[in-house]
Ligand binder design. Sequence first.
Ligand code: T3D
Length: 269
Amino acid sequence: MPDTGADGDLEAPRIRVEVADGVATITLARPDALNALDRPMREQLIRAFREAERDREVRAILLAAEGRAFCAGQDLREEFGGAGPTLTDEIRQRYNPLILAIHRSSRPVVAAINGVAAGAGCSLALACDIRIAADSASIVLAFGKIGLVPDSGVSWFLPRLVGSARAADLALVGDALPAAEALRIGLVSRVVPADALVAEARAIAVRLAAGSPTAMGLTKRALDYAAGSSLEEALEHEAWLQGIAGRSADHAEGLAAFREKRPPRFTGE
Ligand code: T3D
């Protein structure tokens, strides 16, 4: 694949998107650079997640990667400042919208972490709802080693996932975390043999796609809201969301399927 991103060609192909069985599989496809994020890749990822949000056929999203790495983070060959955008510009214009597009997607997003997830590559994985790692994968914050601070949501996601003590250790000491340890501390929820990763992650995504889109989207909103609210606020928010879910055709279909002892056919209505 020609590596034409440096000349400003935002269309230089960096990802693949396939939709099947209700699942949009978005694959990072720059394996020669360990799927490092250059501007075309960031741009194409934002577009892919936004398009998936608009596509009614898409009921779950799988974020996967080609080659031996998941993503080595920011492409360190890209230059910032001078006449071009600064780091802060780029973070505001592309990284932050990308993280928000993933995290705020109404569809469940599964990350299949096939290899190292470093720096902003780790951020991509943390923004997903479910992380499944190959037993050979690892997670490394990497920011500190090159004199940067955790960005793209790491400072927000990490303590919520693993607690403040472990978050500080990972961010400040910066050692690579092998998949088994990532599972032990709750940074990923499943670890599978490397050769089974894509099939296992896809199977989970297909199961999610068969669920109620209404319930999936509202469940994500409930979890997100509760992370920043008091118990009283979360209880009230749950009651409000349950009102919406309870009036949905998906709920009626779920009840009918239960009573008729058949699998439900959810429509997202
Ligand atoms: O906008 C902003 O800049 C702010 C945002 C910052 C967010 C960030 O992501 S900061 C963190 C950036 N990422 C890193 O610092 C990680 C750098 N990479 C590594 O530490 C290592 O490559 C890995 C631990 C990921 C993997 O190590 P290893 O030994 O398996 O592979 P390697 O030999 O180091 O790399 C293989 C190739 O990939 C190599 O290219 P070559 O020599 O074969 O032509 C290497 O240069 C390239 N590569 C790896 N990471 C990057 C990269 N090329 C560009 N950018 C990278 N991040």
